[in-house]
Design a protein around this ligand. Structure first.
Ligand SMILES: [Zn+2]
Length: 160
C-alpha cells in the first residue's frame, strides 16, 4: 500500500469473520473494541490517529470499520464553530424565542444548507451544548405554523 496520502487509504483484506478473530488479527485489544467502535461512530478522528491511539495500523482501523459497516461522521475541513458562518447562523436562530418550534425545513431555508451539511453542523453544536437539544428537530411545517398561531394568540393576550 502506498504511503503518504491522507484519509484511510485503500481496501483492507476484509473477509468478515467473527469480530473476535478480526480483532486478534488486527491486533486491536478485545477490551478496546467498544471504545474503538465509539470513536469510529461518534468522532471524525482519522484512521491514522485512531491507529496510533490503539496501537495498530490505519489500514487495520479502516478494515475494521468496513467490516462493521460503520458510517463515519463527515468532517468538513478545518471546521471551527466560532468561525463557521452556518454554525453562527444556527446559534442565532436557536436563540429566538420558542426556537424548538421552528421546523428544520425553515431553518435550512433560512441558512440555505443541504440536508447533510445541516445535520453535521447542528449535531456539532448539540454535542458542544451550544444549542438546545430540541432545536432543529421539528419536522413538520404544519406544526410550526400551528404553533406560531398559538403563540401569537398567547403573546397578544399577555400584552393586553
Ligand atoms: Zn459549522
Amino acid at each position: 500500500m502506498k504511503k503518504g496520502h491522507g484519509g484511510c487509504g485503500g481496501p483492507g483484506d476484509e473477509e468478515a469473520g467473527k469480530t473476535g478473530m478480526l480483532m486478534k488479527r488486527w491486533g486491536i485489544l478485545r477490551g478496546e473494541q467498544d471504545n474503538l467502535l465509539k470513536d469510529l461512530k461518534e468522532s471524525a478522528v482519522s484512521c491514522e490517529k485512531l491507529g496510533k491511539k490503539y496501537g495498530v495500523s490505519r489500514q487495520a482501523i479502516y478494515a475494521f470499520s468496513k467490516s462493521q459497516e460503520i458510517k463515519r461522521p463527515l468532517k468538513p475541513r478545518g471546521h471551527q464553530t466560532k468561525e463557521c458562518r452556518l454554525c453562527q447562523k444556527l446559534i442565532q436562530i436557536s436563540k429566538k424565542p420558542h426556537s424548538e418550534f421552528i421546523s428544520f425545513q425553515t431553518i435550512r431555508k433560512e441558512t440555505g444548507t443541504s440536508r447533510g451539511k445541516y445535520y453535521y453542523h447542528l449535531q456539532t453544536l448539540r454535542n458542544g451544548g451550544l444549542v438546545n437539544e430540541k432545536f432543529g428537530r421539528l419536522r413538520s411545517i404544519r406544526a410550526e405554523k400551528a404553533y406560531v398561531i398559538y403563540t401569537l394568540r398567547i403573546d397578544s393576550r399577555t400584552a393586553q
